[in-house]
Design a protein around this ligand. Structure first.
Ligand code: ZN
Length: 332
């Protein structure tokens, strides 16, 4: 592992506001592993790009869903905590309240039919001029599908969901905060995001010029209770940076100059990252784009085998016997 404490100084301090390129991934605490897998792969048509364990708790899977390779900006990740004594959470202030996916505008009726056929309640609305469907995943996470014609990303397709309809990755995340002023200041001042719109109590910000996967909506919920971490809530949103130098520059800025409580750089095998709580209370991660999910298995076989970090390999047989068995479809 590289030595993160002795970095090459390549990024001038003043330039840290240009380093966050958009969403990297969203990580949620969910309930049942099989139910979660079926929902994100079969119903939403995402590819399981990594089946591993929670690096901090090897009794729990860590699933990564995305496009073919798990491109940053298109990675939904879940910890299925069923049976581990984790309570149902409450979505509230200080959390990512909504995770939004990007679909072609013409695909919105397809998704409404598909989700309703699966028994989901689907609310239809227009947000910032875009046709938007809102629904819940099996654990109670609030998801959206935003119809738009700006998304050039290549989607993962399945037998049931073709290129015309498939999810392209994330569109946006919505942060719920009790008092928005400090969040606005942080996003524009430190992340270099630009305010691009406001509707009611929601203010939209764009990372790096905006576009799908580069929007964050800040919803000021003045009377909201604080969210409670648990099943059915987003644990954190991660923002992407190009490389370790950018990650370290952000860490220096946030920890050394601004005084945020920031973790050391964590080696998450598929990216390197730091975590901290932003002023509105939401847990943020900053994660590197490399090395990506093909670092320990070929792209064609991503997600098929249980991959473990090196330090867990000696425990593989026990870990495998204790994890719930899940049926992985071979056609997705
Ligand atoms: Zn993460």
């Amino acid at each position: 592992m590289r030595n993160f404490d002795n970095p090459v100084e390549v990024i001038p301090k003043a330039m840290t506001t240009q380093l966050i390129k958009g969403i990297h991934h969203v990580t949620a605490t969910v309930n049942d592993a099989q139910e979660d897998y079926d929902f994100y792969t079969r119903l939403l048509g995402q590819r399981l790009v990594k089946k591993t364990v929670n690096f901090d708790n090897n009794r729990v899977y860590h699933f990564y869903y995305g496009d073919e390779v798990g491109s940053p900006g298109a990675i939904m990740t879940t910890f299925p905590y069923k049976g581990e004594g984790v309570r149902q959470g409450t979505i509230g202030a200080g959390q990512v309240a909504i995770t939004g996916f990007s679909v072609p505008a013409k695909a919105v009726p397809f998704w409404k039919r598909r989700l309703e056929s699966a028994g989901l309640a689907v609310a239809e609305m227009v947000k910032f001029g875009k046709p938007t469907l809102q629904f819940e995943d099996p654990s109670g996470l609030i998801l959206e599908a935003t119809g738009n014609d700006e998304d050039e990303r290549e989607p993962w397709v399945t037998d049931e969901i073709g290129r015309d309809n498939a999810i392209r990755g994330f569109y946006s995340v919505t942060l719920s905060v009790a008092e928005a002023g400090s969040t606005y200041g942080f996003l524009t001042g430190e992340f270099g995001f630009e305010k691009v719109g406001a509707e009611g109590n929601i203010t939209r910000f764009a990372a790096h010029g905006g576009g799908p996967g580069q929007y964050v909506d800040v919803r000021e919920d003045k009377n909201a209770e604080r969210g409670i971490n648990g099943i059915g809530t987003v644990h954190h949103v991660a923002w992407r940076v190009e490389n370790d130098e950018a990650l370290l520059a952000m860490r220096r800025r946030l920890a050394d100059e601004l005084g945020f409580k920031v973790t050391e750089v964590k080696d998450r095998k598929y990216f390197h990252s730091i975590y901290f709580r932003m002023p509105g209370g939401v847990l943020f991660e900053i994660a590197t784009i490399p090395p990506g999910f093909a670092v320990d298995e070929p792209v064609e076989r991503l997600g098929q085998a249980l991959k473990l970090p090196e330090w867990e390999e000696p425990n593989r047989s026990r870990i495998e016997s204790e994890l719930p068995e899940i049926k992985i479809a071979d056609h997705v």
